[in-house]
Every structure is written in structure tokens, then in C-alpha cells.
Design a protein around this ligand. Structure first.
Ligand SMILES: [Mn+2]
Length: 297
């Protein structure tokens, strides 16, 4: 049985401008009318869609300026929800969403102290324009939040790093390039690569991650790239990698934070409905939202 936990305010980030394949822009639009979301409502999850951010004037602007504007809009939307003392979840869209989401949360939290972040992803998302082989901004959001990258994106709402390296950790990583790994190693960010997750079990790793993001912070967030999940359970994503976390395992581990009053908000990104098979990934997005926000009775 599931019990009502809290009111969730959802923000869609209907954008794939930062990815090679922009199909994930449709992710939040599909979730808005998803039968799996209706089922959550029936189970007692109290949520409302606040707004859906989408790219403006795509034809006449560079991806960077489009993403800068979207990040600004998303940051303002999230900041408002945190200010209202409500719980937010951002549904992407590509992972450049994280720049706006966590800049917005930071703007409200910074007066009280630092913010932690658990980053669940097959990738490191920590390129800078100098190290990225593709130039795709969805491979850069964590670097941006740590204060490294294009100044337009590192200065959303505030021209300061939004996260300190010691307050962040990544889980499920299994595909990355040397340049981004070097940056995170230099900054001493804790990375739980997939082999460690397999060896120790996700629950053990998650317990440790919760300690990391709670040490010296006043609250923490969680961002989940659906590509962290094995393609067997999450085929609907643009850059899928074999050997990932199983969907049920991830949902079970998320129950460790579902009662945590220090959890500020969440983000679920990179769901691409065009690539989905049998609505598996669509259901996963709803299951993840439920796992984060509902607790067992
Ligand atoms: Mn990602």
C-alpha cells in the first residue's frame, strides 16, 4: 500500500536542444497525458503540473543562447517552488535541465547553507567546451554546476558555483571520456562506477551517497538520468549503455530517501518517447517519481 507523502509540483523541460537527438523534448508532454501518471494519482500521489519550459526562437539563435534562456526560465520556476516550501520534480528533456533546476534550488537554499546532489547517470556529464568531443551541452551540466564551463551557464541566477565537489556524488557511471573524468578526479568528486554498484549492491552505495550529500549541507537533491537504468528496462533514451542498474533495484534503493525531509526536490531526465518500447521507459519515469515521493505504509 502507498500513502500520500507530499504535494509534488512538476515542471516539464520540453527541450532536447543540448542533445544530439532532440527526441527527449517530447518526454514531459508524453508524461502529462500518461496513463501511468493517472495511476499514481489514483494511488494517492498528489501532484500538479506548474509549467512546461520549451525552447523559444530555435531558428534564429545558437543552441547556447537557447539553453541559457531555458535554464534561466527553469531556474526561476524551481526557485519559486522551493520558496513556497513545496517539493518539486523536473521532468526532462535532456540533462542540461540540471543547470536550471539546481541553480534555481541553490538560489533559495544558499542563504541557509550548502546543497548536496546525488547524480544517477550512465555518464559523467562533466565536460567543458574544451574537453567535449561533441560540444553537446547535455554532456556538461555537472561541470557547469561545479563552476566549470561556459560563463553563460555557470552564472544562472548567481555567478557562483552552485555545488561544492565534496557535496556531490555520481552513481551508475559506465561510459565517459578522459577529459571529464580528469576534471572530477581533480575536484575529488566521489564516483560510484557501475562495477562498484554491482559489487556492493545499489542499496549499500545509496546509503553512503546519502551520507555524502548530507555532510555539511542543509539539504540535498537527486537527479536521475534514465540512461542509468539498463536498456532492458529503459530502452527509451538517446544514449543508452548496456550493463546498467535494473529498474526495480533503483526504485527499491530510492525508498531510502522517500521519507527524508532534507530532500529538496528531484529531476528525471532523458526519456525519449520515440525510442521507447512498449511504454517501458514511460512507466519507469512514473515509477521513479512514485519511488521518490511515496513511502510504503
Ligand atoms: Mn546525464
Amino acid at each position: 500500500m502507498l500513502t500520500k507523502q507530499r504535494t509534488i509540483r512538476l515542471v516539464g523541460y520540453a527541450s532536447g536542444v543540448a542533445a544530439s537527438d532532440s527526441g527527449c523534448a517530447k518526454g514531459p508532454l508524453v508524461m502529462q497525458s500518461s496513463p501511468f501518471m493517472s495511476e499514481l494519482k489514483e494511488k494517492g500521489l498528489n501532484f500538479q503540473w506548474d509549467t512546461v519550459i520549451s525552447p523559444k526562437d530555435l531558428l534564429n539563435q545558437s543552441p547556447l543562447s537557447v539553453i541559457t534562456q531555458e535554464s534561466q526560465d527553469l531556474a526561476e520556476a524551481v526557485s519559486k517552488i522551493v520558496q513556497d516550501n513545496h517539493f518539486f520534480t523536473v521532468i526532462g528533456g535532456d540533462h542540461s535541465a540540471a543547470i536550471g533546476t539546481w541553480s534555481g534550488a541553490h538560489a533559495q537554499v544558499q542563504h541557509r547553507g550548502a546543497m548536496g546532489l546525488i547524480w544517477i547517470d550512465a555518464h559523467l556529464d562533466s565536460h567543458t567546451p574544451e574537453t567535449s568531443p561533441t560540444g553537446n551541452i547535455h554532456g556538461m551540466p555537472l561541470a557547469c554546476l561545479l563552476g566549470h564551463g561556459n560563463p553563460a551557464l555557470t552564472s544562472i541566477l548567481n555567478d557562483v558555483p552552485k555545488l561544492k565537489p565534496e557535496h556531490v556524488c555520481l552513481i551508475g557511471v559506465r561510459s565517459y571520456e578522459v577529459g571529464e573524468e580528469e576534471l572530477l578526479k581533480k575536484l575529488n568528486v566521489r564516483i560510484y562506477f557501475m562495477d562498484e554498484v554491482d559489487r556492493r549492491g545499489l542499496k549499500e552505495v545509496m546509503k553512503e551517497a546519502i551520507e555524502i550529500v548530507n555532510a555539511g549541507t542543509v539539504g540535498f537533491g537527486i537527479t536521475i538520468d534514465v540512461d542509468s537504468v539498463d536498456p532492458v528496462d529503459a530502452p527509451g533514451t538517446g544514449v543508452s549503455e548496456p550493463g546498467g542498474i535494473r529498474a526495480k533495484e533503483l526504485c527499491d534503493a530510492l525508498s531510502l530517501i522517500s521519507n527524508d525531509s532534507r530532500l529538496i526536490g528531484a529531476e528525471i531526465v532523458e526519456f525519449d518517447p520515440h525510442l521507447d518500447k512498449g511504454q517501458k521507459t514511460e512507466k519507469l519515469v512514473a515509477d521513479l517519481l512514485a519511488a521518490i515521493t511515496l513511502s510504503s505504509a
